[in-house]
Design a protein around this ligand. Structure first.
Ligand code: ZN
Ligand code: ZN
Length: 127
């Protein structure tokens, strides 16, 4: 059974997994959001190589950005909203129990760009 998107309940497809199988990235067919089975500061280097997976339209992603009470697809807890408002607005879901994470379409591209990257990294958990 394919995984279900925690935001729009569309079908998700695995678009990246490394050889050790520790990190998976799934993308939603509907909202094009990206789900990471785990996302910590240690993954920042690897993330830069995965920006091209963020193929969705940021206007679609923005429709889902405000959603709260997003259920973690992995452990079924409620995911935390990690956010800052200034100087740039960053907001994404991170599960406090298993550190899996969900980024709306366009957010990975944006958060890895100049001016966002450092703050995004500071919002990720340190293992
Ligand atoms: Zn979706
Ligand atoms: Zn979880």
């Amino acid at each position: 059974m394919p995984m279900q998107c925690p935001k729009c309940y569309g079908e998700m497809e695995t678009v990246s997994s490394d050889s050790t199988d520790s990190l998976h990235i799934d993308r939603c067919h509907q909202c094009q959001g990206l789900y990471f089975n785990q996302l910590t500061r240690a993954d920042m280097g690897m993330l830069s190589e995965q920006v091209s997976l963020d193929t969705g339209d940021e206007s679609v992603g923005a429709e889902y950005d405000d959603m709260v009470y997003v259920e973690c697809p992995k452990c079924h807890g409620i995911m935390d909203q990690r956010m800052v408002e200034a100087p740039n607005r960053i907001r994404f879901e991170l599960c406090p129990s298993c550190y899996s994470s969900f980024l709306d379409a366009g957010e990975l591209r944006l958060y890895l760009s100049e001016g966002y990257r450092e703050e995004f990294e500071s919002l990720l958990p340190e293992l």
